[in-house]
Design a protein around this ligand. Structure first.
Ligand code: Z5A
Length: 209
């Protein structure tokens, strides 16, 4: 089941440096220009409580077991969904979320070894599924070059190394392949405006909006 609402729930997934935030911003601008109400948000985060949990999740000075990270991602998500996403969808807004539950499956299960069934149970508990999910796919070296050019400090996940990132990328591809009705893989080496145009066409084709 997706959801009972008039809005549209769009999620963007992929590794760090894939260009999710840039593409989400471009898509939000496009829908606003079409006269739609848009909520552009992110995970972990999006509400005051979820942003507080995000700070703990990304901190490099607080060790947390993989299952503890999983529960914290879902605690943040529960607040985000109930306080921000569901009400926005109910009033007909377009919600564009930079990462959602596929990130937990890719990072915590494929990357860190948490049981897939445990994460699937938590996804059922949250019970809010995107209408469409874009997986932004870029080769690891392209992502690294982009991140090096940006030059920000690295967080808990960015410190994990190449093998971890390869498992995460494999996880995203496995999810996208298993759910072709919801998921679209996008070649994210394209220019940002081309990515946005490709996503807009995908949304129209899949949802009729
Ligand atoms: N995480 C998790 O483990 N479990 C979960 O359930 C969830 C998350 C929800 C959050 O990090 C971390 O939490 C994340 C996974 C984990 N860590 N990792 N890795 P975050 O929110 O701080 O960061 P991120 O999601 O990884 O985003 P990012 O590093 O900022 O990457 P991005 O949003 O995909 O890329 P960007 O900021 O749009 O672009 C990066 C640079 O490339 C920037 O300088 C752009 O100008 C440039 N760029 C963007 N697009 C293009 C194109 N198309 N061409 C050329 N250059 C571009």
């Amino acid at each position: 089941m997706s959801h009972n609402r008039s809005g549209l729930f769009i999620t963007l997934e992929g590794g760090e440096g894939a260009g999710k935030s840039t593409a989400a911003q471009g898509l939000a601008d496009l829908f606003r220009a079409e006269g739609r109400e848009v909520i552009a948000t992110r995970e972990p985060g999006g509400t005051k409580g979820a942003e507080a949990i995000r700070a703990l999740l990304l901190a490099t000075d607080t060790p947390l077991a993989p299952m503890a990270q999983t529960m914290l991602h879902f605690a943040a998500r529960a607040d985000h969904v109930e306080a921000l996403i569901r009400p926005a969808l109910a009033r007909g807004a377009i919600v564009i979320c930079d990462r959602y539950y596929d990130s937990t499956m890719a990072y915590q299960s494929y990357g860190q070894g948490v049981d897939i069934g445990a994460i699937a149970s938590l996804i059922r508990l949250i019970n809010l599924h995107p209408d469409i999910t874009f997986f932004l796919d870029v080769p690891a070296d392209v992502a690294q070059t982009r991140l090096a050019a940006r030059g920000a400090a690295s967080d808990r996940y960015e410190r994990q190394g190449a093998d971890f990132m390869a498992r995460v990328a494999h996880g995203f591809r496995a999810i996208a392949t298993a759910e072709p009705g919801r998921c679209m893989i996008i070649d994210a080496t394209a220019q940002p405006q081309d990515l946005v145009a490709q996503m807009r066409r995908g949304i129209a084709a899949r949802t009729g909006r």
